[in-house]
Design a protein around this ligand. Structure first.
Ligand code: ARG
Length: 577
């Protein structure tokens, strides 16, 4: 629709200038003013004339009437002036001849913006803390982060996806102590991350003790853990070897989940990588007089900016989360020379990002305004049956397995002869979770309802994947040559095209707002429009060859756009269900 909007805006602009040659308004301004009316019976686009009233010294009603009269363009079927609005309908011929042809010709490049070409974006997302459970709370950062990467790539940006693993810190001291007390090499090799998490939970509980049961806290173990971590920091070989092994085991587990989501990272440089890069930044803070000693700790006072101080060094001189983030941002700027660095985390970290972004600014780094924090709301789960052995968190892996299991059961019932069921069940099960999650505005807290997510009716992943498979199955049945004259013969066909041609605009908005839900909603709009068309219009059964050919082409166009949109939101496609 962007192209159509541009054509119309240009024409309106001409008209405006003919009324008042000195009017200060650009074609882009007019593009921005074109709206989608809430009710399509009013028109496909509407142009409110109120804002022009001052510049043109006329009543909006008059302006609308005047522009309507001279608004003749190939892409316009009708332009009607109603109460100061210009209601515009798009011509079916234009949709059939221009829009449909463009989708089919550009294929996977249809809707691709180019504004990212020559620019680099670094995206920091997923970033689980090693040896702690990879749970449902990480779903947001993982799928929002990766969708943003795909969206930026689509728009031409050179993208670097970084998994900033939480692979350093006192938790490793704890894990080392626990492993030496209770660990078993073979068991861990076989049981993987679960065994590590078990050890981690056990050492934490042991350190805490249990007052009610009369079990005392074990401060001695806490001290041992700190000592082991300090040894690690000093490069103790044995501890480092253990640490590497723990990281490897955890990564192997994450990889399985990433594979199910079709996610790959370009870098796994985690927190540990920055240990030797922090002193230079700390020194700079000191040299610039930005650091203050407060109760033994080193801080940057942010009182002036209405924030609590940013902690740089603890009393014992050890570094903190913000210290590492500052060092990492500096390293990334030097390494990738990014135009934008995006961080996707839960909104519980809002203050952390605000604080260290400010510190970067105070340090005089002129790229401070290229740092973007993209927060998301919390996820909870309905009917918390999924609770796992690790306490009451729900592992992402278990959530995916359960979804796959349920989808398999549904498919066995609906389509017992389906070939390649395993892969399909994985695509649909995992896709259901992703779609359900990304359907919501990212900042909203969401309550997960698995039954709802897996339903084949309604605004769900299975429904849209089913629609994609439907387009494939229609195309598979085509035996004739098609692609002759395009004839748009009914409302459903033009409605479908009007939906499809909004793709680029949706991509732009999704990138501008860092909001993948714009794409999931678009996917749903396309699926709904296609299914309506599918039910109302005979496709292969249409008698007229041109109509039949056009409907096949429409199906192909839908398949192209849906497929491209799926990959922007981490959803795998499946040709059969
Ligand atoms: N590992 C952190 C966590 O799980 C998230 C890291 C986010 N990225 C960053 N650069 N701080 O909470």
């Amino acid at each position: 629709m962007l192209k159509i909007k541009a054509l119309i805006a240009e024409k309106i602009h001409e008209n405006v200038l003919s009324i008042n040659p000195a009017a200060e308004i650009s074609v882009e301004d007019i593009v921005g003013m074109l709206e989608y009316p809430p009710d399509t019976s009013m028109g496909d686009l509407a142009f409110p004339c109120f804002k022009l009233s001052k510049a043109l010294r006329r009543a909006p009603v008059q302006i609308a009437a005047q522009i309507a009269d001279s608004l003749t363009l190939d892409c316009i079927k009708s332009a009607e002036a109603v109460n100061g609005y210009l209601n515009i309908k798009i011509s079916d011929e234009y949709l059939g001849e221009k829009v449909l042809a463009e989708i089919l010709e550009k294929k996977e490049n249809y809707g691709r913006p180019t504004f990212g070409c020559g620019k680099t974006v670094v995206l920091d997302y997923s970033s689980p803390n090693v040896a702690k459970p990879f749970h449902i709370g990480h779903l947001g950062t993982t799928v929002i982060g990766h969708s943003l990467k795909k969206l930026h790539e689509f728009a031409g940006y050179n993208c670097i996806g970084i998994n900033y693993l939480g692979d350093w810190g006192t938790q490793f001291g704890k894990l080392i102590v626990a492993y030496r007390l209770w660990g078993d090499k073979q068991q861990i090799e076989e049981g993987g991350i679960d065994k590590l998490v078990e050890l981690y939970v056990r050492i934490n509980n042991t350190i805490k003790g249990d007052e009610e049961k009369g079990i005392p806290a074990r401060d001695d173990l806490a001290q041992q853990a700190r000592d082991e971590f300090r040894k690690m920091e000093e490069g103790d070989e044995e501890n480092i070897a253990l640490w590497k092994w723990f990281v490897e085991i955890s990564l192997a587990e994450y990889e399985k989940t990433y594979k199910q989501l079709d996610i790959e990272f370009d870098s796994y440089k985690g927190e540990s990588f920055y240990t030797d890069k922090m002193p230079a930044q700390v020194q700079k803070l000191r040299d610039m007089g930005l650091m203050k000693i407060d109760d033994g700790a080193s801080i940057v006072d942010l009182d002036e900016y209405g924030m609590p101080p940013c902690l740089i060094l603890k009393r014992d001189g050890s570094t903190l989360y913000p210290t590492r983030d500052i060092a990492a941002a500096y390293y990334r700027k030097q390494t990738y020379n990014f135009d934008k660095a995006i961080y996707v985390t839960s909104n519980q970290q809002n203050l952390h990002f605000k604080q260290w972004f400010k510190v970067v600014e105070l340090m005089g780094y002129d790229w401070y305004d290229q740092l973007v924090h993209v927060p998301y709301g919390t996820v909870s789960l309905n009917g918390a049956k999924l609770a796992t052995r690790t306490g009451n968190v729900v592992l992402l892996r278990d959530l995916f397995s359960l979804a796959i299991e349920k989808v398999t059961a549904i498919m066995e019932e609906k389509n017992p002869d389906l070939r390649g069921r395993e892969d399909i069940a994985e695509a649909v099960g995992v896709g259901a979770i992703v779609f359900y999650y990304l359907y919501n505005n990212r900042i909203k807290d969401i309550n997960f309802n698995l039954e709802e997510a897996l339903s084949f009716d309604g605004n769900t992943g299975p429904y849209v994947q089913y629609t994609y498979a439907r387009t494939c199955s229609v195309l598979e049945k085509v035996t004739e040559c098609y692609g002759g004259k395009v004839v748009i013969s009914c409302e459903e066909e033009s409605a479908l095209l009007k939906t499809l041609c909004q793709f680029e605009e949706k991509v732009n908005i999704a990138i501008r707002d860092y909001e993948p839900s714009v794409i999931t909603r678009f996917i749903l709009d396309v699926a709904t429009a296609y299914n309506k068309f599918y039910h109302e219009c005979k496709i292969l059964g249409a008698e007229d060859a041109s109509i039949r050919g056009t409907r096949i082409l429409l199906t192909e166009a839908t398949k192209n756009v849906l497929g491209a949109a799926f990959s922007l939101v981490c959803m795998k496609k499946t040709e059969r269900i």
